[in-house]
Design a protein around this ligand. Structure first.
Ligand code: ZN
Length: 175
């Protein structure tokens, strides 16, 4: 396993639509292992493959709290097959690709997802609370959408400008 560098906004790669996985094999499992390690190291609770620069429809997640047993989850080719349109949930979201910025996003409170697991088996899962929010956030990544895309243009431009400025400063320091 290896920790991979995380792609941060604004980076064009984060805007691309990821492609479906053809087969869950050892190579894909190695990617998922790396993604999980990268996510734990960051630390974060969810990570899509494009966030380590791989445009494949793969998500890893672990919503266990500190002190609890780790509970890694793997979603390959996830599809939301049902969302509860009657109820929404507002949660203050963050993203490893948008460091040090948090803001409230409103999403359906419940959804049902169909996906392939770590072994390549088809599964379905009913999601609510944190799992529903996190899953929808990560699924957005597969479509090239960031949580800041759900905010006003003013807020989004402000955070992207700040991130760009910080990156340029860092590059200058390294030069
Ligand atoms: Zn994210």
């Amino acid at each position: 396993m290896a920790i991979r560098p995380i792609v941060t906004a604004p980076d064009r790669r984060l805007k691309q639509v990821s492609t479906p996985v053809e087969k869950v094999d050892d190579e894909l499992r190695a990617l998922m292992d790396d993604m999980l390690e990268t996510m734990y190291d960051a630390p974060g609770i969810g990570l899509a493959a494009i966030q380590v620069g791989v445009p494949k429809r793969v998500i890893v997640m672990d919503l266990a709290r500190e002190g609890e047993e780790p509970e890694p989850r793997y979603f390959v080719n996830p599809e939301i097959i049902w969302t509860d349109d009657s109820e929404t949930r507002v949660y203050e979201e963050g993203c490893l690709s948008v460091p040090e910025f948090y803001d409230e996003v409103e999403r359906p409170a419940k959804c049902r997802v169909r996906f392939l697991d770590y072994q390549g088996e088809i599964r379905e899962l009913e999601c609510d609370e944190m799992l529903a929010t996190c899953l929808q956030h990560e699924m957005d990544h597969l479509e090239g959408v960031l949580f800041i895309d759900h905010l006003s243009k003013l807020k989004r431009d402000r955070v992207l400008k700040k991130l760009l400025k910080e990156r340029r400063l860092k590059e200058k320091e390294l030069a």
